[in-house]
Design a protein around this ligand. Structure first.
Ligand code: ATP
Ligand code: MG
Length: 378
């Protein structure tokens, strides 16, 4: 069991001894105590060493009362504080809890029941863990809801636009077939068709993001498919980028839309290429993964079972957290105007969702990027 680092800020040697003995009564708990006798020393320790729980006396030579709690909170906002009071000063203790202390203990009680202290420490740690977990789930939920909302919005627009563009294209084709002799008009109509078709291309990508692209799933071996698509990918990324395949030796059967898989890999590889203007290695790997608890926790909505992993790794510029947070949103791009539409990863996201899969991203500035995709194994 990992040890629990406890910082005791207490000026009275006698009380400190009491706490030491109470903690020693629980040798299996892994408590490691550091004792300081001034607030300033405690704050210094908090700045320099990892601490799991602070035991805090509210009557110190250099700080008294609730200000002491406030100062410790400000220095270490995530470390739970258990306040130690001398007499049964409930009002002060309650105020301390309101100011962010996790709990309070009356020293006299600890003397009589040493196990109270260990229990208070364990509760404080457990509560902190539960809070962190709740915050993580909340963030995840907001992210999922945001993508859902953008998806519906983009899908709605794309759907209506598709019809509008269809009318424009049909009429342009009609004019083209009737007025072939008018060369000037034909040149304009060609431009019109061209513009409407590229609009259709964008609309198609938005539909893919909002999961409205019809799929034609088929059974195939992912390794085999990646090997075949890789020729196309090498052409896409060009010479200075070296595409390497690290595929599992055994077949990995999936049920996927083959064109969708191509779209996914092309978008990921195009991004990898753009992140390595001087070239470099681009590695595609396959793997197996069983959905264990942490995996299902991280990706709510996925089912138990076996998954295949497909990852695309570059050694490019990587991303900072601000960019990574918006990665999959349609029209999010850091590229210059005209160089990227910001739809590539939105398409990848939509397609992966449509295949009941999920995506994890590992990235840091200057450290390259790896996209891990997981799909149900057949
Ligand atoms: N492998 C990568 N390395 C570094 N940054 C990346 C990588 N992949 C994506 N990004 C960042 O995410 C942004 C969004 O990517 P996305 O593929 O959606 O759009 P885009 O590449 O900018 O444009 P498009 O794909 O539509 O041409 C990129 O502009 C870039 O900032
Ligand atoms: Mg892209």
């Amino acid at each position: 069991m990992p040890s629990v680092q406890i910082l005791l800020i207490e000026d009275l040697a006698e009380d400190a001894q009491l706490i030491r003995e109470a903690l020693a009564a629980e040798p299996s708990a892994g408590f490691k105590l550091t004792h300081v006798d001034r607030l300033v020393n405690g704050l210094r320790h908090l700045g320099e060493h990892p601490v799991d729980v602070v035991l805090l006396d509210l009557k110190l030579p250099d700080s008294e009362g609730i200000e002491t709690v406030v100062a410790v909170r400000a220095r270490a906002p995530h470390v739970p504080i258990v306040v130690l009071t001398a007499s049964d000063d409930t009002a002060l203790a309650v105020e301390a809890v309101q100011k962010g202390a996790a709990d309070y203990l009356v020293k006299g009680y600890v003397q009589v029941y040493p196990s109270l202290l260990a229990r208070a420490i364990r509760y404080a740690l457990e509560r902190r863990r539960a809070e962190a977990e709740r915050a993580r789930l909340q963030r995840q939920l907001s992210q999922a809801q945001k993508m859902e909302t953008i998806g519906r919005f983009a899908g709605g627009i794309a759907h209506d636009f598709k019809n509008v563009l269809q009318v424009i294209l049909s009429l342009a084709w009609l004019i083209r077939s009737h007025r072939q002799d008018d060369r000037e008009l034909m040149a304009n109509v060609e431009e019109l068709v061209h513009a409407a078709e590229s609009g259709s291309g964008l609309v198609q990508q938005l539909l893919a993001f909002s999961r409205q692209q019809p799929l034609e799933p088929a059974h195939f071996d992912l390794n085999e498919a990646v090997r075949e698509i890789s020729r196309l990918l090498q052409q896409l990324v060009g010479e200075p980028v070296r595409l390497q395949l690290e595929l599992l030796p055994e077949p990995l059967m999936v049920r996927m839309d083959r064109t969708g898989l191509e779209q996914i890999l092309m978008n990921l590889c195009a991004n990898a290429r753009d992140s390595m203007p001087q070239g470099g290695p681009l590695t595609i790997r396959t793997a197996r993964r069983t959905a264990d608890e942490p995996f299902l926790d991280a990706h709510p909505g996925l089912s138990m079972g076996d998954y295949v992993g497909l990852s695309v790794q570059d050694r490019g510029q990587g991303m900072d957290p601000a960019v990574a947070a918006h990665l999959f949103e349609p029209f999010f791009t850091t590229k210059q105007l005209g160089q990227g539409t910001g739809l590539g990863l939105a398409v990848v996201y939509g397609l992966v969702q449509q295949h009941q899969g999920c995506i994890e991203v590992e990235t840091a500035p200057g450290r390259g990027t790896t996209f891990h995709l997981y799909f149900p194994r057949q």
